[in-house]
Design a protein around this ligand. Structure first.
Ligand code: TRP
Length: 472
């Protein structure tokens, strides 16, 4: 009965688009390209891909399997498997809550830039008010009213999609948005690599540079960076893939699906690098990462660099792409939070109202995100100076709780649960449910990943986050 009521994906393709949509997000666009270039180019790429295989893939498979075995979202999935570990589910929901609070503020800025470039196509100055890139960004984030308005708009879109349900909302949107994203990305790549001087950007991202790896501490620093990027980018460690896996039919192959998601996410990250860096270098700009890259450097590429109607057109297309990437991720974050309450009501025998629940949770997350919008992404404000955690802005504070602590700990403990307490047979049995089992050699590989490689990898991430946040 309970399972009959439970939502399911309409098709395996729809599930894949939703899962890849969750994975492909701001992390791929403002994180990967810069880290790739700054940490050794091709050498970083190799390390990153190895980590995806030995840490990311196993965690992905583990999360999807936990979801499908139990048919429940994060909290109840852990409760069913091992009651004492239920806290892992709660940690995931909390992490999703805080990530979405700041993710939505950034999503709002993306909407503003997308609309502005659209306006600029018709009338110069209509979108960015005649300001330069740095000036406009400063103006926008110091204007709390505008930031909050666009944060609200982004959140409203996220809520509306999640209200539509698993197949009628999330899947439907991702089935359209993800292929569209890839097409736009390819168009932007063609423009970017055919610019005169684009070669320097390609060299920046691909040329093997062993310098950052030449010392032991350098090597560890690159390893930490790659590991942290990898697991955030794959949406791991907070029960997101558990939740998406819980809506997946038993006849689908978990192993090929996990491999597809990992390959697709890494490919889009690499394509984003190929789209962004050649253009940055072609116009003689300095590469960077984070909001500065997304909202200042790239703005400059489209305005002072390309310029005119064509610049505005490519600017619009690019921010539309980023918008799709951000929304398909934010809906997965809201779904993790909402599905907890939906499952809770259903398990209590009540009829769960998805619309009401997603609306309320989304509204609360919106409110929690307001301080991020008010303190200019941590750029300094009354709020930053007033609160006890004034060492960081709100965005860093939320990021520390979620990405810094809850997620790596969650992923490490999950692998311990699977590898040591439940034993990895539970995963291989679930993979076999679709009729295709894991070969003995491959099974040994997964077993070692779960028991040793993933916990070590995640502790590395945790250590790296603590260093980055200046806690140790
Ligand atoms: N993976 C997304 C990105 O690269 C962000 C994201 C969405 C996420 N859902 C998540 C990160 C769950 C961790 C966990 O931007």
């Amino acid at each position: 009965m309970e399972n009959n009521q439970r939502a399911q994906w309409g098709s395996n393709f729809g599930f894949l688009m939703a899962a890849v949509g969750s994975a492909v997000g701001l992390g791929n666009i403002w994180g990967f390209p810069y880290k790739l270039g700054a940490n050794g180019g091709f050498a970083f790429l190799l390390i990153y891909l190895i980590l995806v295989v030995v840490v990311g893939l196993a965690t992905m498979l583990g999360e999807l399997a936990i979801g499908r075995i139990t048919g429940k979202s994060a909290v109840f999935a852990y409760r069913d498997l091992a009651k004492k570990w239920t806290f892992l589910g709660y940690a995931g929901v909390a992490a999703g809550f805080f990530i979405l609070a700041f993710y939505s503020v950034i999503g709002g800025i993306v909407i503003r830039y997308m609309v502005s470039f659209l306006l600029e196509m018709f009338k110069s100055g209509a979108g960015f008010l005649g300001m330069g890139s740095g000036e406009y960004f400063g103006y926008f984030i110091s204007n709390a009213g505008g930031s909050i308005f666009f944060h609200a708009l982004f959140m409203a879109i996220t809520i509306l999609i999640v209200m539509g349900g698993v197949s009628g909302g999330i899947e439907k949107f991702c089935k359209f948005a993800m292929p569209a994203l890839v097409v736009i990305l390819l168009i932007v790549i063609i423009r970017s690599i055919t610019l005169p001087g684009a070669g320097a950007g390609l060299a920046y991202i691909f040329k093997p540079n062993l310098e950052p790896l030449s010392t032991l501490s350098g090597f560890f620093s690159v390893l930490r960076t790659a590991a942290g990027q990898m697991f955030f980018s794959l949406s791991l460690g907070m029960g997101c893939m558990i939740t998406y896996g819980s809506y997946l039919s038993k006849k689908e192959n978990l192993m090929t699906n996990s491999i597809f998601i990992c390959i697709a996410d890494s490919t889009v990250a690499l394509l984003a690098a190929i789209a962004i860096m050649p253009a940055v270098f072609a116009f003689g700009l300095e590469p960077g990462g984070g909001p500065g890259l997304l909202f200042v450097t790239l703005h400059e590429v489209f305005t002072s660099g390309m310029g005119g109607f064509v610049g505005s057109l490519f600017g619009f297309l690019f921010y539309l792409l980023v918008f799709f990437a951000a929304v398909t991720s934010s809906i997965s974050l809201l779904e993790v939070c909402a599905s907890f309450f939906i499952d809770k009501q259903q398990l209590e025998g009540k009829k769960a109202d998805r619309k009401v629940i997603s609306g309320i949770i989304g509204a609360i997350i919106f409110v929690v995100g307001i301080p991020v919008a008010m303190d200019g992404l941590g750029g300094g404000s009354i709020i930053k100076e007033t609160f006890w955690f004034n060492k960081w802005g709100f965005i860093d504070f939320y990021d520390l709780i979620s990405e810094g602590i809850l997620m790596p700990l969650g992923a490490a403990l999950m692998s311990v649960l699977i590898g040591w307490k439940l034993k990895t047979k539970i995963i291989s049995d679930e993979v076999a449910a679709s009729g295709k089992g894991i070969k003995l050699k491959a099974y040994k590989f997964w077993d070692i990943c779960f028991r040793f490689v993933v916990p070590i990898g995640m502790l590395l991430v945790l250590w790296g986050q603590f260093l980055d946040f200046g806690l140790i």
